[in-house]
Write a protein that binds this ligand. Structure first.
Ligand SMILES: Cc1ncc(COP(=O)(O)O)c(C=O)c1O
Length: 433
């Protein structure tokens, strides 16, 4: 049979590496998944959503409006509320940061915005600077667009902005600055590390990007997917907050994490001249995200149910995060060279095992963990190879999103048991410990 004439883009696009892991979790009864990025099942807002849908449908005009097509950009009243929500968190008015509801786009999850922005900005061979490690699904998007990822190191304060400056200077020296389109940061409780961009780095990040925007504007994509899931410490101002002329920062977020991924509703605050290109592309994709979901979320924001739900989620996840941190102390406290992040929010803890341990998808820890009945995401998936081709293999992303507190504790215990089998066997990789 003659081959299908697939596009270059299709050839560049592969299945997410995590699919194998999700499949494993589904196939293995009794497995505790610290891998899935799903949200807590028990706290999904069934009653709130039922009440909102009932209220919409009780009014025939409102019901018909919600069941009809909406607009590509999204429900105006929800765009206004979204803008107010972000500005309230930042302690500014929309005018302070050059924004109006016309600069807000509602999307089918924030994932759609990540993709659309790529379609609007990238040609194959363009460059994106991203945190190392970073949200691995976005790496897939970049690969699909044919973009080269330049990794920027992180430390306890998130993206190392001085290192970003140095990388940009280096790209400039090599004559590659013209290919640099975007800096990507998940700046609140990052997926996968749980790290947050420090307050003093936020204005600096905008300054650095401005400094190198000589040939064209380099954008920052601020992916704030986990901002509302905050368990300790104050809410930090967004990076967008330091872009008063609304030129350099695209702010993307979602109702998936603080409300329900089943609603699959995201939103973006965009530089005004980016709105039309994104909407033209979104028109090709779906000419508007699910209208009923927008009406439901609009009601939940108006009634205060959203804010109450976020408070409840904070309580639930804080307890699960604490359970994971206590379990890591108890189980991995005696492993020399092991360390983990202490996230102030989000769904993830990043466990670093001693150098030389291979926790990657082809290493010995994954099968040992499966044998012990626990699944994690190999940290390797969050990295792109460095300049020397090296890829850290001794890291694990542990999520406390799905399992309950007892499950989280048991999952960490099983992971330690798996690690112990490697220690005993002196397995490949542990020799260097
Ligand atoms: C950092 C980050 N950005 C974006 C998304 C996309 O989520 P959604 O499309 O459901 O809004 C996710 C989902 O896990 C994420 O972790």
């Amino acid at each position: 049979m003659p081959p299908l004439p697939l596009s270059d883009r299709s050839g560049r696009t592969t299945d997410s590496p995590i699919t194998f892991f999700i499949q494993k979790a589904l196939e293995t009864p009794g497995l505790i998944s610290l891998a899935a990025g799903l949200v807590d099942e028990g706290s999904l807002p069934t009653a709130d959503v039922a009440a909102a849908v009932a209220a919409i449908m009780a009014d025939p005009a409102a019901g018909r409006a919600a069941l009809q097509y909406g607009s590509t950009q999204g429900l105006p009243s929800l765009r206004e509320k979204v803008l107010r929500h972000v500005c309230a968190a930042d302690g500014v008015t929309p005018g302070d940061i050059g924004l109006s509801p016309d600069d807000v786009v509602l999307t089918t999850g924030s994932q759609q915005l990540l993709y659309l922005l790529g379609e609007a900005l990238f040609d194959p061979g363009d460059i994106v600077l991203a945190e190392a490690p970073s949200y691995f699904v976005y790496h897939g998007v970049l690969q699909s667009h044919g973009v080269r990822v330049v990794p920027v190191p992180m430390d306890d304060g998130g993206l190392d902005v001085a290192a970003l400056d140095a990388k940009l200077a280096d790209l400039k020296r090599r004559g590659e600055l013209g290919r640099v389109k975007l800096v990507y940061t998940v700046d609140y409780f990052q997926n996968p590390t749980g790290l947050t961009l420090a307050a003093d780095r936020r204005p600096k990040l905008v300054e650095v990007v401005k400094k190198y925007s000589t040939e064209h504007r380099i954008l920052i994509l601020e992916d704030a997917a986990y901002r509302e899931l905050r368990y300790t410490g104050p809410d930090l101002p967004s990076v967008k907050r330091f872009d008063p002329t609304n030129e350099f920062v695209a702010y993307a977020s979602t109702f998936s994490k603080p409300l329900s991924p089943g609603l699959k509703l995201g939103y973006a605050l965009l530089p005004s001249d980016l709105v039309a290109p994104v909407l033209h592309l979104k028109g090709n994709h779906d000419f508007g995200s699910a209208n009923l979901a927008q009406h439901v979320v609009d009601r939940l924001l108006a009634s205060g149910a959203f804010d109450r739900h976020v408070e409840e989620l904070r309580r639930v996840y804080r307890a699960k995060r604490d359970a994971m941190l206590a379990a890591l102390d108890a189980e991995f406290g005696d492993v020399p060279g092991a360390s983990w992040t202490v996230p102030g929010g989000g769904l993830y803890v990043w466990l670093t095992l001693p150098p030389g341990v291979d926790a990657g998808p082809a290493g010995p820890l994954v099968p040992a963990a499966l044998e012990a009945g626990v699944l994690y995401v190999p940290g390797e998936f969050g990295h792109v190879p460095g300049e020397g081709g090296e890829l850290p293999r001794n890291e694990c992303r542990l999520s406390f999103g799905v399992a309950d507190a007892a499950g989280v504790r048991e999952g960490v215990r099983r992971l330690r048991a798996a690690y112990r089998t490697l220690e005993r066997a002196g397995a490949r990789g542990l020799a260097a410990v």
